[in-house]
Design a protein around this ligand. Structure first.
Ligand code: FA5
Length: 340
């Protein structure tokens, strides 16, 4: 009987010696230790042995079983360690690898400038608002003192969806929307896309404006000039000077065009400023009392200023871009020159 036990034991240990897989280990368990396994069969046969033989053979079978179980545990541990090693190797990341060949994304120049402008105005206490790009004729023109057939509409021809719904030509409709919804003091800016039937090197059919509006008691043209000056010094440079020239917008009275000293030549005169030393950057003025009253704000008590400028134009001036269309063609070679 001892010989039979040794043969079974050796056979089993040999099978476990050959780097078995987890499935093969399972088969060995079933084959030798399972319900109908070979070692189990020996235990079942004990009942046929004599009382003297029974404890002896039983002890031998149990010893063999213990050796097989210990071997199985060792082999299973080896399989587990091997799997772990393979997993670690397959998931290895070389954090010292050279990634300089990888391309990094960057904000588009217009988004970059818009973000910068928002930060400057937020620091100055302006609240950022938004308004619809698809606008009604009422908000885009009529509420801004520009009735049907007003000649000022000619300068802002646009894309009409119906006779009374259009793509907004400027961000000024948001002056009205904000004044209708809130009471003074108001201090807001509103960035957004605008649309006009324009198309040349400095005018795009789609472009971006920022509207500014301040309404309170005793707001004057000096406050407008001071605000533009403070903003321009932050955006361009400390030496930037501001100049106001008379102009006309139906929704401001008086109205002004605002010029800044040329950021390229500092006011000496160059190609960018066409030798004048000044760059025209925005339209502005004191909110027309008609517009205030129309929004339910008593023009006898309150006054306000508003301004509107092109983000595209600011970007062109800041980065010396000569053609606005470059910013909408998404040529990576152009974009890389601006954002690196
Ligand atoms: C207006 O749009 C007025 N709403 C501005 C304003 C606001 C006046 C508040 C008074 C009070 P204007 O048409 O000048 O004004 O446009 C303002 C700026 O938008 C221009 O200086 C220019 O920088 C930009 N702009 C206008 N049309 C285009 C265009 N087609 N492409 C690119 N930029 C444009």
């Amino acid at each position: 009987m001892k010989e039979t036990i040794d043969i079974i034991l050796n056979e089993c240990l040999t099978e476990l010696d050959n780097n078995p897989t987890q499935d093969e280990i399972q088969s060995v368990k079933v084959k030798f230790l399972g319900k109908n396994g070979r070692l189990t069969a020996l235990l079942k046969g004990l009942k046929d042995l004599s009382p003297q033989e029974k404890p002896l053979v039983g002890q031998l079978v149990n010893l063999a079983r213990e050796r097989i179980e210990a071997k199985i545990a060792a082999v299973e541990e080896a399989v587990k360690q091997q799997k772990l090693k393979e997993k670690i190797e397959s998931e290895y990341i070389d954090i010292t690898a050279d990634f300089t060949h990888g391309k990094r994304g960057a904000l588009h120049p217009l988004s970059m400038v818009n973000k910068q402008l928002m930060e400057i105005f937020s620091d100055m206490g302006f609240v950022v608002k938004e308004g619809p790009e698809v606008e009604t004729d009422y908000y885009n023109f009529q509420a801004l003192n520009t009735p049907l057939d007003h000649p000022a509409r000619d300068m802002q021809d646009t894309f009409y969806i119906t006779e009374s719904i259009l793509l907004r030509t400027h961000t000024s409709p948001n002056q009205v929307r904000v004044m209708e919804q809130s009471r003074p003091p108001i201090k807001m800016i509103c960035p957004g896309k605008c649309y006009r039937v324009d198309d040349d090197a400095t005018h795009s059919p789609i472009f971006n404006q920022i509207e500014g509006l301040v309404v309170d008691k005793n707001v004057t043209l000096c406050d407008l000039k001071g605000t533009i000056e403070a903003f321009s010094k932050k955006f361009f440079s400390d030496s930037t000077k501001v100049r106001l020239r008379p102009s006309f917008f139906p929704f401001t009275e008086p109205s002004v065009e605002v010029d800044l000293t040329c950021s390229n030549c500092g006011g000496k005169g160059c190609r960018l400023c066409k030798g004048t030393g000044w760059l025209e950057v925005l339209g502005a003025g004191m909110v027309n009392p008609f517009v205030l009253d129309n929004c339910g704000i008593d023009s006898q008590i309150y006054s306000g200023f508003a301004f509107g400028f092109g983000i595209d134009r600011m970007t062109m001036i800041k980065y010396g871009i000569s053609d606005i269309r470059l910013m909408y063609q998404n040529d990576i070679r152009f974009l890389q020159q601006i954002v690196g």
